[in-house]
Design a protein around this ligand. Structure first.
Ligand SMILES: NC(=O)c1ccc[n+]([C@@H]2O[C@H](COP(=O)([O-])OP(=O)(O)OC[C@H]3O[C@@H](n4cnc5c(N)ncnc54)[C@H](OP(=O)(O)O)[C@@H]3O)[C@@H](O)[C@H]2O)c1
Length: 367
């Protein structure tokens, strides 16, 4: 266990999906936590903390909102943070792929600026950790390095662009920063536990609906021929364990936190078909070119309406079309010997599907 004399960690976004796992992982390491929480989410967060194992110290909650001046903190909370917080872990973000530029900028970019301002005023600041995203690579192709950020790439959605901009703001802040870029986060690799219907779960929902059709098990299924389109998944338990460990890595570095198992979209899709009991013959067709055509203006509206009917945000398709690999060499080398490793996707798919099946109706889309 690490010394608690290190001071507290101020965490934003602790009430969210990743925040839930990361805060508990930090508490297990003996970290004292101060969590920023919107008033509307406080009772949900308190109920969650009450269910923590009794041996873990409960975090302090301070009311606030990253879109408000001084994060909406009262003077007591500001004074407490100035004296007690030695690190900031900024996870809070608006996350819907369908949101507009204004909302994305207000929460993710301007919100990050406000958290940086607060961090700059802490008496004992040792590190500012930003949870960014692999979405910062936009439409860049090839290998995207942990040191890379701006290649002049375009973006499929306002969310990706806002994460790119917030990362820029952090790198230019002059504070001792670390950046974590998770891939597409899925549930816990042992329990399957998840709480949001997004990313990989859009496909799970479509397959679950398909599997309920008569004779579904024998339906012939179309898959993609391409093997070189990679799906950067990451299970939330590996992500949380890796982040808590890497918070002590040298500053001014970024880390890609993705499952290093080279998972293609094809393998993800075909293994998922089988896991949902869709056992018909699989016909592979090249899809990249046709889907790229769907992104062009005349077909875009029709394709977008069709995707909506399937319950998938059309903006997601962009990610499937680009040949990009996220180099996670720095993250893996910094984790070597720590015991923190990512299990391979085929080993935890059954747990993800089992949890999804039991909780399909409880999982909400990102608010
Ligand atoms: N999930 C993924 O696949 C994924 C992948 C890559 C990167 N990320 C990044 O990881 C971080 C956490 O994502 P998540 O999946 O845990 O998302 P989430 O479940 O939607 O959680 C978002 C968190 O941000 C908080 N928040 C939103 N707006 C806020 C505001 N105005 N003021 C204060 N807090 C606010 C939310 O508080 P409430 O509880 O009050 O709503 C919640 O705690 C984000 O930065 C996201 O960009 C996520």
């Amino acid at each position: 266990m690490e010394a608690t004399a290190d001071g507290a960690v101020f965490v934003t976004g602790g009430s969210g999906f990743i925040g839930r796992f990361v805060t508990q992982a930090l508490a297990r390491r003996g970290r004292r936590l101060i969590l920023l929480c919107r008033s509307s989410s406080r009772s949900r967060l308190e109920a969650r903390l009450a269910a923590w194992p009794p041996e873990l110290a409960r975090p302090t909650i301070v009311a606030g909102d990253v879109t408000r001046p001084d994060l909406g903190l009262d003077e007591n909370a500001r004074a407490r943070l100035r004296d007690e917080a030695h690190q900031v872990l900024h996870l809070a973000a608006a996350y819907r792929l369908s949101m507009g530029e204004e909302e994305a900028r207000a929460v993710n970019v301007d919100g990050t600026r406000r958290v940086l301002e607060l961090a700059a005023g802490l008496h004992h600041l040792r590190a500012f950790h930003l949870v960014s995203s692999i979405a910062v690579s936009g439409d860049a192709e090839g290998t995207f390095g942990e040191d890379e950020l701006d290649r002049g790439q375009g973006f499929f959605h306002a969310y990706g662009k806002s994460k790119f901009e917030s990362e820029k703001v952090v790198r230019q802040s002059g504070l001792p920063w670390r950046v974590f870029r998770p891939g597409v986060v899925v549930g816990h690799s042992q329990t399957g536990e998840a709480d949001k219907l997004d990313g990989a779960y859009y496909l799970f929902r479509a397959l679950s609906r398909l599997a309920r059709l008569p004779l579904a098990a024998r339906l012939p299924l179309i898959s993609m021929r391409e093997e070189d389109l990679f799906f950067p998944l990451v299970p939330v338990d590996y992500l949380a364990a890796a982040m808590t460990h890497l918070m002590a890595a040298p500053p001014h570095s970024a880390f890609h936190l993705v499952d290093p198992y080279p998972l293609s979209y094809r393998e993800f899709y075909e293994r998922s078909l089988r896991a949902f009991g869709l056992t018909g013959p699989i016909l592979r067709r090249p899809v990249r070119r046709s889907v790229r055509l769907l992104m062009l203006p005349p077909l875009r509206q029709i394709a977008s309406a069709a995707a909506e009917r399937l319950g998938m945000p059309f903006a997601m398709l962009g990610h499937v079309l680009y040949r990009v690999r996220y180099d996670d060499a720095r993250a893996r080398s910094a984790l070597a010997g720590s015991g923190v490793t990512c299990p391979p996707f085929p080993s935890y798919l059954p747990q993800l599907v089992e949890f999804f099946r039991r909780h399909e109706s409880d999982l909400a889309e990102p608010a």
